[in-house]
Structures are given as structure tokens and as C-alpha cells.
Design a protein around this ligand. Structure first.
Ligand code: 3HC
Length: 697
């Protein structure tokens, strides 16, 4: 076998050449891979004995795309479009044998080949849009030639891969093979191509008919909710619209739009989000072996406990749900059952697994039922004494080595751990509601939590399909601590003169999933009230305090669950609560500052600056280890817009100098709330970026 680069080798079997790509872990189309393919194609073209070639990959997948790590670096020739053009123009027919995932540039390599055979589990797709780019190696031009404009637009705008059968039906694949090894499929395909038993053709020779209906629908789709903030989808539609042109012209247009995407800050932010999802799984304790998990105990059958139980059932665990009374237990069990019904409908639970999954759940009203659990997570009332008492009892009941987890959102995990004789086994596992849907899991490491318990927390997150982020102990950990700060900024904005709905609108307009007051109505305004009462004894005397939320609580306006909160929820759509005005007036009068008009931009600037400043403090205090951990928390738990990469990534685009300038300006009105975190001051002085602090492993 000849090696044409570190990533590609060439083998000869009689008249057949086999091009083998081996670039672990996912065969990304790095420079070495591209150069190797060019050398391999040149070699087979100059060898008169070769009649056909098979192209396949070693390892777990076909090429999973361009090498994302090269984005933003100076381009190194040959480019992927050049490689694809060379494959297509090759005089020797090249048959792609596809296993695993042929994504993005990988899919485009396959589209440029002269025939495509998928191995039964193969998936093909154009996920570039999720990274803020578009197919840039011929995908927007060759896919329409094979599958038409409508299907191409669907693939490239959704970013979702299709399974082999669907790819075959669309025309992305020519055949599906039941053989197991990509090499055997490539060899067989090439042999048949050489003897005329497998039809081959150049994709570029096919023509495309304009599908105006599909283009119109796609243009509506990319300007509609969910995509309006994004730039790549619009460029995808324009590139596909150019596909009826001769191939070289279409490819030029694709290249132009692709380079626009590459230079767009949205690309950098979305790539940051892609890596954030993976980098957070690297944590200092990861060498410690996770404890085995099979049986999970969940205490508390409310929304949170039932959601956690559902998530664990869907991941294949045995679950025991414990409540205090038969009645509460029945309610909890039916909530889990309803959650499973929903999972079945959404395709998150396969019908063939339903019986076993439901049977894996048992209920109990006695904590002793948890004696055999490997991990127990409590989701009971958010009060430190209740939690400490519960943990003291669990200490008596749980088997040695059982992980004891609290789902507290704010409370001190060290104090909870101290109620047991085994603080090394205690950890915070902070789920987000609904726990069987939301992807974030904050893994709160207390002072004495053992490393293997931390590893177990991350292993659980992975089993549940969640993104675990390591956090330290403080009031609210990473997410809720930062949220408390920007929530206060929002309350102050209302005192300053903004209406709650104006704040919500300005924040939604920025791309957040929800504004702070809508969020409050959804979560229930009693949660904020409990928190404020908990913090009463330690609240600084000079802190600005809005009476609005307390008055609403007194009136029983708790948000959606009571039909009233900042909004009136009695109609089909929520409308601003018409009776709120006098309460706002009173709160402003008590605050005693002059009112003013605030623009949406001013609202956003203050809100985000408060979020970022507290994020920087969370870093300074070591609660989050790296800025990227904060970004992941906000992307996966708080609806921060992915195309801005998370609050810390976004902070770098604003710049530390501008942020300190803003804080100085705001501090003139409220020096207690607006203070420059020393780390931000240092970055501003040095011209540094938060991103530079991400390099810790
Ligand atoms: N480039 C560089 N690194 C990549 C990569 C890529 N395209 N895809 C994955 N990786 C890395 C991951 O960062 C991870 O690294 P780590 O181990 O250091 O954390 C490692 O490969 C394994 O990845 P996963 O943990 O995600 O492995 P999974 O098995 O869970 O998933 C996958 C595999 C489905 C291929 C998934 O990695 C994935 O979706 N990758 C991205 C695919 C993609 O978006 N391709 C399009 C790229 S853009 C493009 O092709 C432009 C072209 O049109 C010109």
C-alpha cells in the first residue's frame, strides 16, 4: 500500500485502485487529507493499468466534513472544492463507499464521485448551516443535480442528516450494501464499474431545473422565526438558486457566498458553540473512574423530580421515585407517564422499548426503598434545613458508595454535604426544567466531593444525552448566579422607566429565547419571591430594590399557573397585565429616581453588560473554570442565541474596554450594582480577550 499523505493511502487490486482515507477521529478533510487525495487521483490517472477506483474510509465514519479547526486560519491549498472538482474530472471512475456519517465536505466528496454506495447504517447530510456556513465544496450545485432543489434546500437549511434508505430514495445514494466493511464495498463497486455492471456518471454533467415554488418557500423560511437572525441560510438559498447555471459558474457563486460566511462573525460564534459542547466534557477529575450506575433513586415527584425520573428512564436506568404520601406519589408517577407519552410521540422513545421503559419505574413512599440505589438525586422543596435533614436520613439508608446528589438551584452544597458522614459522595446535579428535555446539567462540585463522584456526574450527563458543565459552589452556581444579576438589571430598567414588555421585546429581538419577565411568568413568580426572602438577611442596605414583584406575589399573581403575572394569560396569547401600572408606579415612587425613556438598544446594553460582568466574577471566583463553561451553560440552559456563541464569546466581540466604559457610565447612577470586575479591568488594560482564558484543559 502506498501512502500519499499522512491521511490517505493507495492500494492496488489488479485493475482496481483503492483509495483509503484514515484521519482519526472522524476523517475530517484536513490539509493532509486533501493533499493525499490529490496525490492519489494523480497517481491512478497516470497508471494505465487502473480501470476503476474505490474510495473508502477507515475508522468509524466516512469523511465527517471539512476540518473545522482550520476555519479562520490562512487557507492551505489544495482547497476542498479543488479536490472535489478533481475527483469529478478524473478519467477513471471513482466509487465512494460510505459508512457512518458523510457530512458537509464529506458528503460533497461523495457527490463528486461517479457513483455512491452506502453501507446500511450510513447517514448523509449538509450540516454546515449549524456552523454558520454553507456547503462550500460543490454541495449547493451538485446536490440539486442529483436530488433537485427542494430536497437540497431541505438538507442544507435543516442541517439534519438523512439515513441511508432516505438518501437512496432521494437519489443521493445509488445503492445500499449489506456488506460490513467499507473496503469490500469499495472494491466490489469499483470492480462492477470496471466491467460495466455499475453505472457511473459525472454529477456535473446533469442539469437542474429551477424549482420556483421551493425557492419561494425557502426564502420565506429563512426570513421567518428561528432563522431571521442568521446569515448563512439566506446565502444557501442564493447558492442553490444559482444551480441551474453551468457548473463552473454555479461553483463560483457558491464560493463567493461561502467566503462571505467564513468571514461572518456568526461563523466564529457558531463554531465556538460546536466546540463548547465538546470541550465542557473535559474536566480536571476525568482520570478518576466513574462509579457504575444502574439504579437511580429520585426523591420528589413534582415537575422537576418527575422530569429527572423521565430522563433517567429514557436513558435505560431502573428508577425508583419516592414521595411522601400515596397521593403525591400517584401524581408524580402520572406525570412521568405523561412525559413518556410525549417522548413516544416525539420519537424520543421507540415503541419497541416502551414496555420495558415503563416497567423500569417503581414508586415508593418510604426512603428505605432507595437502599440499593447507585445514585440518589433529590428534588424536594428548596430549603436548606429540609435538604440537610433529608441528606442525614439518606446517610443512614444509602449503601456505601452511593452517590448522593442534590438538585438544588441555589443552596450551599457544602452545607448539605456536611449533614452526612460521607461528604465525599455528595454532589450537586442541577437539572433544568423540563429535565427530560433541557440539555444542560450543572455538575456542582463541593469542597469535599470525591473525584470519582465528579466523573460519575459527567458519565450520568453523557448517558442522559445532556451537556454536563462543572461548576463550583456559590449562590446559584454558574447559571442562576448570573441570571440573578441580569434579572436585577431588568428590574432596575423597569424602575428607570421601561415597561416589562419593552424589556422582553428588546431581549427577544436580540435573539434570546425569552425575555426575563416572560421567563418569570413561565417559571412561576413564587420562585423569585422565595429567593428574595432567603436573601433578605444578607442584602446590602444600599442595594436598589424593586417592590413590584413582591406586590404581585401578595396579589397571588404568580405567572402562567395563576393566569396572571407580568402578562395576562387568560386569552389565546399573553398580553401585558393591564393592572400592573399602579404597582409599577408605586415601585418607581419608592425608588425615588427620575424617570427616563430607554431605547431598546440601551436596554440590551445594560442587560448584557450585567450578564457579562457577573459572568466575569463567576470566572474570577473560580465557580466556572473557563469562559467556555459559562457559554455552554447559557447556550444549553438559558436560551442564549447560539449564533452569538454565549455571553463570554459575545463579550469579546464587544471588547473589555467598551464593557468597562459602559460600567463606569452606569455606575454614575447606581454605584452599588455597577462595578468593574478586576479581571475585566485587567483585560481592558492589556487588550486581552476572555477567549484566551479557555486554554485550560
Ligand atoms: N473537524 C474537526 N474536528 C471534528 C470535526 C470536524 N469536522 N467533527 C468532529 N470533530 C472532532 C470533535 O471536536 C471531537 O474532538 P475531541 O474528541 O477533541 O473533543 C472528535 O472529533 C469527535 O467528535 P464527536 O465527539 O462529535 O463524536 P461523535 O461520534 O459524537 O460525532 C460526528 C461524530 C457526527 C461526525 C460529529 O462530530 C459532527 O457532527 N461533526 C461535525 C460535522 C460537520 O459539521 N461537518 C461539516 C463541517 S463544515 C464543511 O464541511 C464545510 C464544507 O462544506 C466546505
Amino acid at each position: 500500500m502506498d501512502r500519499t499523505s499522512a491521511a490517505v493511502s493507495l492500494e492496488r487490486e489488479g485493475e482496481i485502485a483503492l483509495i483509503r482515507i484514515d484521519n482519526p477521529p472522524v476523517n475530517a478533510a484536513s490539509h493532509a487529507l486533501r493533499a493525499g487525495l490529490v496525490a492519489a487521483i494523480q497517481a491512478i490517472q497516470t497508471d494505465p493499468g487502473i480501470r476503476a477506483a474505490g474510495l473508502y474510509c477507515a475508522g468509524r465514519t466516512f469523511v465527517a466534513g471539512a476540518d473545522i479547526r482550520e476555519f479562520g486560519q490562512p487557507p492551505q491549498p489544495p482547497s476542498l472544492p479543488e479536490v472535489c472538482n478533481l475527483i469529478e474530472a478524473c478519467q477513471i471512475p471513482i466509487i465512494a463507499a460510505i459508512h457512518g456519517t458523510a457530512l458537509g465536505g464529506g458528503c460533497e466528496i461523495a457527490l463528486a464521485a461517479h457513483a455512491r454506495i452506502g453501507i446500511h447504517d450510513a447517514r448523509m447530510g449538509l450540516p454546515e448551516v449549524t456552523l454558520g456556513i454553507m456547503p462550500g465544496a460543490g454541495g449547493t450545485q451538485r446536490a440539486p443535480r442529483l436530488i433537485g432543489m427542494a430536497a437540497t434546500l431541505d438538507l442544507a437549511l435543516s442541517g439534519k442528516p438523512v439515513a441511508a434508505q432516505k438518501a437512496l430514495a432521494l437519489g443521493l445514494l445509488d445503492e445500499i450494501s449489506e456488506a460490513d466493511t467499507p473496503r469490500a464495498v469499495a472494491l466490489d463497486g469499483a470492480r462492477r464499474a470496471a466491467s460495466g455492471r455499475l453505472a457511473t456518471r459525472r454529477t456535473g454533467d446533469l442539469t437542474v431545473l429551477t424549482d420556483q415554488t421551493a425557492l419561494d418557500a425557502a426564502r420565506r423560511r429563512v426570513t421567518g422565526a428561528g432563522m431571521a437572525h442568521l446569515n448563512a441560510p439566506r446565502r444557501i438559498v442564493e447558492a442553490v438558486a444559482a444551480s441551474p447555471l453551468p457548473l463552473t459558474q454555479g461553483l463560483t457563486e457558491e464560493r463567493r457566498l461561502y467566503l462571505e460566511c467564513q468571514n461572518d462573525p456568526q461563523r466564529a460564534a457558531l463554531v465556538h458553540a460546536f466546540f463548547a459542547e465538546r470541550v465542557v466534557a473535559k474536566f480536571p477529575e476525568q482520570q478518576a473512574k466513574a462509579r457504575p450506575l444502574r439504579r437511580i433513586g429520585v426523591i420528589g415527584g413534582g415537575t422537576m423530580g418527575s422530569g429527572i425520573a423521565t430522563a433517567c428512564l429514557l436513558a435505560g436506568f431502573q428508577v425508583t421515585l419516592v414521595e411522601q404520601t400515596d397521593q403525591a406519589l400517584d401524581r408524580g408517577l402520572s406525570t412521568v407517564s405523561a412525559n413518556l407519552d410525549g417522548a413516544l410521540k416525539r420519537g424520543k422513545l421507540r415503541p419497541q422499548d416502551e414496555r420495558e421503559t415503563r416497567a423500569a419505574l417503581t414508586g415508593a413512599t418510604d426512603l428505605n426503598a432507595l437502599a440499593a440505589a447507585d445514585l440518589i438525586v433529590e428534588a424536594v422543596f428548596e430549603q436548606i434545613e429540609i435538604k440537610r435533614e433529608l441528606f442525614a436520613r439518606l446517610d443512614q439508608i444509602a449503601a456505601p458508595g452511593t452517590v448522593l446528589a442534590t438538585n438544588t438551584s441555589y443552596l450551599d452544597v457544602n452545607q448539605i454535604a456536611a449533614a452526612t458522614s460521607r461528604p465525599q459522595d455528595v454532589i450537586g446535579l442541577h437539572f433544568f426544567s423540563p429535565a427530560h428535555v433541557m440539555r444542560l446539567l450543572e455538575i456542582v462540585v463541593a469542597d469535599r466531593t470525591a473525584p470519582d463522584v465528579v466523573s460519575t456526574g459527567f458519565a450520568l450527563a453523557k448517558r442522559l444525552g445532556k451537556i454536563g458543565v462543572r461548576a463550583g459552589v456559590c449562590d446559584g452556581f454558574i447559571g442562576n448566579r448570573i441570571m440573578s444579576a441580569y434579572r436585577r438589571a431588568a428590574d432596575n430598567l423597569v424602575l428607570d422607566g421601561a415597561a416589562p414588555e419593552q424589556v422582553d421585546h428588546a431581549i427577544r429581538d436580540f435573539g434570546m429565547a425569552m425575555g426575563p419577565f416572560e421567563m418569570g411568568d413561565l417559571a412561576g413568580l413564587d420562585i423569585g419571591w422565595q429567593n428574595r426572602r432567603r436573601l433578605d438577611p444578607i442584602r446590602p442596605a444600599d442595594e436598589r430594590y424593586s417592590t413590584l414583584a413582591d406586590r404581585m406575589y401578595d396579589l397571588g399573581w404568580l405567572g402562567r399557573k395563576t393566569g396572571r403575572g407580568y402578562y395576562d394569560h387568560s386569552g389565546e396569547h399573553p398580553v401585558p397585565n393591564p393592572d400592573l401600572s399602579p404597582l409599577i408606579r408605586d415601585a418607581r415612587a419608592a425608588d425615588g429616581r427620575p424617570l427616563r425613556e430607554l431605547t431598546d438598544q440601551q436596554i440590551r446594553d445594560r442587560y448584557l453588560t450585567a450578564m457579562i460582568a457577573e459572568g466575569v466574577r463567576v470566572l474570577q471566583d473560580g465557580i466556572a473554570r473557563r469562559p467556555v463553561d459559562i457559554d455552554a451553560v447559557f447556550l444549553f440552559g438559558y436560551g442564549f442565541p447560539r449564533h452569538l456563541g454565549g455571553p463570554m464569546c459575545h463579550a469579546d466581540t464587544i471588547g473589555a474596554a467598551e464593557l468597562t466604559r459602559r460600567i463606569t457610565e452606569y455606575a454614575a447612577e447606581d454605584p452599588q450594582f455597577w462595578r468593574i470586575p478586576p479581571l475585566l479591568a485587567r483585560l481592558a488594560a492589556e487588550g486581552g480577550r476572555l477567549a484566551d482564558l479557555n486554554d485550560k484543559g
